[in-house]
Design a protein around this ligand. Structure first.
Ligand code: GAL
Length: 375
């Protein structure tokens, strides 16, 4: 199975942690469809940690928590599928999940079989309680093989937080996406930290195995489980979403989509920005300019021949950027001018020759898409 676009969906962890049950998951499934998320591409509904009983059954099989999921996972998967969505679940390569539930170490083939039986489409596989003597790569490879032989297409979402130089071996495991960073928290410092980590490993991203910058915090505004001393402002959430989309990260919503503000929805459902994330080519971006205060300009060439500019100002002061087209290789001799569109404003900015100058206020971003026009 080859995954050609960064997976998109919703995950229970950021907001609900252990407080998950069948009613919640069904409500989320309904909202993903009724509120237009599925239409935008958010198709995976993923249950994170804390879904099982603390003991396997007598045949060594995982058992869904009887109180939280009284009808079991097959029935819930059927419901999720009936909505046109795909269904994801969670385990770990170690002996226990991070929250202390039974996990997949030396049960990989049994677990893959039951996940297939339940109709699971996506497995997030965490890194907690890994026996020290075991190599992480080997354990992800073992689950990769178990899933590839279970008779069902199941996306493998590795979650080893970039530990043990994950980028060096993850593509050998059969994982389709891999957490390239530690856990996200609901503040701008955290977004900045994950961005800085990504700047060191973005070259590893690409079709088949995407760098996963972690679940989105857009719209959490203190309501979640992942902390919030200085919750992001709407503008900061927009910067976070711009960065994830620019770098082609999976987009897994972490906030409660049952009660979203219009501002949050407008960020998560901006189709032009999502199209950036989902661009079919996923060409490697390159860094065009940087300002020592923490502001960068990146460029990515899109599948249809457009050029995309990502302006990310993580610093505390406004920065002005003069973009010389010569630096893009578009010297005057090419006879090419650029017709620019601001994707967040949804506005045409006009046609520019030789140079484009723009200011980027602190903590904000701009995504500007350019069409190449022959003069
Ligand atoms: C962490 C993981 C989180 C979440 C949590 C569950 O290791 O990075 O995304 O899955 O475990 O316990």
């Amino acid at each position: 199975m080859i995954v050609t676009r960064p997976p998109m969906g919703w995950n229970s962890w950021n907001t609900f942690a252990a407080n998950i049950d069948e009613t919640l998951i069904k409500q989320i499934a309904d909202k993903m469809v009724d509120e237009g998320y599925l239409d935008c591409g958010y198709e995976y509904l993923v249950i994170d940690d804390c879904w099982s009983e603390h003991q396997r059954d007598e045949r060594g099989r995982l058992v869904p928590d009887h109180v939280k999921f009284p009808n079991g996972m097959k029935a819930l998967a059927d419901y999720v599928h009936s909505k046109g969505l795909k269904f994801g679940i969670y385990s770990c390569v170690g002996n226990y999940t991070c929250a202390g539930y039974p996990a997949s170490f030396e049960y990989e083939f049994i677990d893959a079989e039951i996940f297939a039986e339940w109709g699971i489409d996506y497995l997030k596989l965490d890194y907690c309680y890994k026996p020290q003597s075991e190599e992480g790569a080997k354990l992800y490879r073992r689950m990769g093989l178990a899933l590839a032989n279970c008779g069902r297409d199941i996306v493998l979402s590795a979650c080893s937080w970039g530990a043990d130089e994950t980028h060096r071996w993850i593509k050998s495991t059969g994982s389709h996406l891999w957490r390239s960073t530690g856990d996200i928290f609901d503040n701008f410092e955290s977004v900045k930290t994950l961005y800085n980590i990504q700047k060191g490993i973005f070259e590893y991203n690409g079709q088949g195995c995407f760098n996963d910058m972690d679940m989105l915090i857009v719209g959490m505004s203190g309501k979640g489980h992942v902390g919030c001393e200085n919750c992001c402002t709407t503008e900061e959430y927009r910067t976070h979403f711009s960065i994830w989309s620019f770098f082609g990260s999976p987009l897994m919503i972490g906030s409660d989509i049952r009660n979203q503000t219009p501002e949050t929805k407008a960020i998560l459902q901006n189709k032009e920005v999502i199209a950036v994330d989902q661009d079919a080519a996923y060409r490697q971006p390159y860094l065009l300019m940087s300002n020592p205060s923490g502001a960068d300009v990146w460029v990515r060439h899109m599948e249809n021949g457009d050029i995309l500019f990502g302006f990310f100002n993580m610093g505390d002061h406004e920065v002005g950027f003069p973009i010389s087209f010569t630096d893009l290789g578009l010297n005057r001799s090419t006879g090419v001018v650029l017709k620019l569109r601001d994707l967040w404003k949804g506005e045409e900015l006009g046609t520019f020759e030789d140079i484009f100058v723009t200011g980027v206020p602190a903590h904000t971003s701009k995504l500007i898409r350019a069409k190449l026009i022959k003069k």
